[in-house]
Ligand binder design. Structure first.
Ligand code: FAD
Length: 385
């Protein structure tokens, strides 16, 4: 049994570290333990998102852009912008290093690497977390562990991608704009597109992404990426790093049968990913602000707020329409890109859309597939491969 602490943060990923850095900055005086199984932090993912131009970010973005593109395979690109907004890219290693330095600067914060949490126990009215480094009695727990794969089966779609950060000796990329969804097409496995973040004229993160009704395996995702790179003439680039993901889109928040007082769940495992995009960076930052405020006031931690009703409904219908119509998915996205003003699209994607933005999104989409998605049978994803 370890000495009692005030807060155990289970998971030192984006959510856990985002909360910890806010508590450090806010001068939290309690004893905090952060439990993280990994032995070292590497640059394992890229966080990209829209943000208002002057909004402060947790760490400086490695790059930001004012323009983004959509295109069908062999089609003309549609380039969009949203005045007052930027598309920012944060390198995960920058965020991890910044958090680790802040945590190390306070003696009341401890990050235990190589440590896995097991059960959270509340018997006898006392909270404790059993871990591979012994049990920690605690007043509060914030659990950010990812959902187990078997829970993923509740997802409507999966965003599956494989990416490589490439470097050439000579300029090969137009770094004035992001390729948000280009080369959009569909095949027997569903809807597929390219995502290119040009970090400089000689470096870029290139991903091949699929929206699929099942979680696709590595081999398929790598084959997609190889094909994308070959088509662009980029196969011979130096590969600086790789990243890969299978992100649930439309995964319902877990049903916690009996919530335990003093325990909050957050991050991807608690439904933080936006259904329409599969992304969660902005939501997790907003949650970390709120949860840290509560803890700094001596109150228990909080989880993610309920999703706004209209937005949640639109996301679910949109996902069902995509899942039902992979062959028409390029058309849906191109209609959104061409007909919805950039600001309205970005506000909607950033969860700041009002009813006018929602109306513009609905008006841009063909009614047939969306009415069918509204009334059709609910989709059950196939088992993963
Ligand atoms: C490759 C990739 C790219 C992404 N790109 C974007 C993007 O561009 N924009 C965007 O908005 N979102 C993106 N996402 C989605 C989302 O923002 C990230 O997944 C984000 O890291 C989720 O944060 P999290 O804290 O919930 O999970 P994680 O960051 O995965 O953290 C969970 C932590 O829990 C730890 N853990 C697991 N089991 C235990 C245990 N038993 N005990 C203790 N700790 C445990 C894990 O080691 C991990 O560190 C991306 C995701 C991936 C995988």
């Amino acid at each position: 049994m370890n000495d009692p602490v005030d807060l155990v943060v289970v998971g030192g990923g984006l959510a856990g570290l985002s909360l910890a850095t806010r508590l450090v900055r806010g001068g939290y005086a309690g004893r905090v333990v952060i439990l993280e199984p990994r032995g070292e932090y590497v640059d394992d993912r890229s966080w990209a998102f829209w943000t208002p131009a002057h909004h402060a970010l947790p760490v400086a973005p490695a790059r930001q852009w004012n323009h983004w593109q959509f295109s069908r395979q062999d089609g003309e690109p549609v380039t969009r912008r949203a005045p007052g907004w930027r598309y920012a890219y944060i390198r995960s290693l920058d965020l991890y290093r910044n958090a680790l330095a802040l945590i190390a600067s306070r003696p009341n914060f401890r990050l235990l690497m190589g440590t896995r949490a097991n059960a959270v126990d509340a018997s006898g009215g006392h909270l404790s977390v059993a871990t591979t480094a012994g049990t920690f009695p605690t007043s509060f727990v914030v659990d950010t562990r990812p959902a187990a794969m078997d829970r993923f089966s509740g997802s409507t779609l999966f965003q599956c991608f494989s990416g490589r950060e490439l470097r050439f000796d000579q300029a090969r990329f137009d770094d004035s704009r992001v390729e948000l969804m280009t080369d959009m097409r569909s095949d027997a496995l569903g809807f597929v597109f390219s995502y290119v973040l040009p970090l400089s004229p000689t470096r870029a993160l290139v991903e091949a992404t699929r929206f699929s009704t099942r979680a696709l395996g590595q081999a398929q995702l790598c084959a997609d990426l190889d094909q994308t790179l070959a088509a662009r003439g980029w196969s011979n680039a130096q590969v600086l790093r790789t990243e890969t993901a299978v992100l649930p889109m439309g995964l319902p928040a877990p049903d916690v049968a009996e919530p335990i007082a003093g325990v909050a769940h957050a991050g991807m495992g608690a439904g933080a990913l936006r259904a329409a995009s599969g992304f969660g960076f902005v939501r997790i930052q907003a949650w970390a602000d709120r949860c840290a405020r509560e803890l700094l006031q001596g109150r228990p931690p909080v989880g993610h707020p309920a999703e706004p009703k209209v937005q949640g409904w639109m996301d679910r219908v949109f996902l069902r329409a995509l899942a039902n119509n992979p062959a028409r998915s390029p058309e849906f996205f191109l209609r959104l890109a061409s007909s919805v003003p950039g600001e309205a699209f970005v506000r909607f994607m950033s969860e700041q859309g009002g009813w006018r933005d929602h109306a513009r999104i609905i008006a841009a989409l063909p009614p047939g597939p969306f009415l069918q998605a509204l009334h059709g049978p609910s989709l059950r994803p196939r088992p993963s491969t």
